[in-house]
Design a protein around this ligand. Structure first.
Ligand SMILES: Nc1nc2c(ncn2[C@@H]2O[C@H](COP(=O)(O)OP(=O)(O)O)[C@@H](O)[C@H]2O)c(=O)[nH]1
Ligand SMILES: [Mg+2]
Ligand SMILES: [Zn+2]
Length: 250
């Protein structure tokens, strides 16, 4: 506690949903009762597609809507960055793009693109360090003064990476929760079925394998692996799926 501030819990509201991540030992809550997760990638530094996939998976498993966004499209390299996200777009994730820095007025500004999508909702902002989360908060929230990246001049090294989630009010019924410092997104709390469903483009093939309990790894007559061989599903996506089920042992 800091200073004399204190608070009283007036009521415990039932949880509508609960976004969490987990390693082999413990689960870590990210946020509860949210309407959507805004998953932020950037032109530079390059976002990890695996990181993005992991956030999308935990959100899908929690039953929370997602929105995938590419920031910093004012930078050269936007086309390549967009192309790298096409696997996720092909999997059924909507992609929006903008520039969070208002001085780059040639690119669509974040408030213009996001206002209607955020209005009246509670949105959690997730993304690796450097993607522009704090810049986006500053663009959307009057007087937010979130500290943005670069090297810390005071310390000479290290980054301004905050580690606590913060909730900002855009207006009386619109909130944005910044989740900084998320380097790893463990998925140990997910089941094989959660993962298979989270790779949304797998849906037409699930349930059509020879074995009802097919794990889609090396079973014969696997509908999903057959579809990859035919070119209908991207091999990178099946590889990531197989890596993740091996990681959590399901
Ligand atoms: N060119 C450009 N730079 C941006 C944009 N958004 C953020 N940045 C820069 O990217 C760096 C990291 O941004 P920051 O908001 O701290 O990222 P965070 O770690 O996700 O909170 C900072 O130097 C920002 O000024 C953008 O739309 N365009
Ligand atoms: Mg930040
Ligand atoms: Zn199969």
């Amino acid at each position: 506690m800091t200073g004399a501030a204190s608070a009283v819990i007036e009521a415990l509201l039932p949880r509508r949903n609960y976004l969490e991540r987990s390693d082999a030992y413990k689960r870590k809550g990210i946020a509860a009762n949210i309407d959507q997760v805004l998953v932020l990638a950037a032109v530079e530094p390059r976002a990890s597609e695996e990181f993005l996939s992991r956030i999308l998976l935990i959100a899908d498993a929690a039953g929370v809507n997602t929105l995938l966004a590419l920031n910093k499209i004012d930078l050269p390299g936007a086309d390549e960055a967009r192309a790298r996200l096409m696997l996720l777009v092909g999997a059924g994730h909507e992609l929006i793009e903008f520039s969070a820095r208002p001085e780059h007025d040639a690119a669509p500004s974040a408030p213009a693109i996001l206002r209607a999508k955020l209005a009246g909702r509670r949105t959690v902002l997730c993304g690796q360090s450097g993607m522009g989360k704090s810049s986006l908060v500053n663009a959307l929230v009057p007087n937010a003064s979130a500290v943005t990246g670069e090297l810390s001049s005071a310390l000479g090294s290290g980054r301004h990476t905050t580690t606590f989630s913060r909730l900002y009010h855009i207006d009386s019924d619109t909130t944005l929760i910044d989740c900084p410092g998320m380097q790893e997104v463990g998925i140990h709390h997910l089941t094989h079925a959660d993962l298979a469903r989270g790779f949304r483009e797998f849906a037409p093939y699930l349930g059509h394998c020879r074995f009802a309990n097919c794990r889609h790894v090396h079973e014969p007559d696997c509908a999903l692996r057959n579809e990859v061989a035919k070119g209908g599903v991207a091999p990178e996506r099946l590889r990531l799926f197989q890596k993740l089920i091996a990681e959590i042992g399901v």
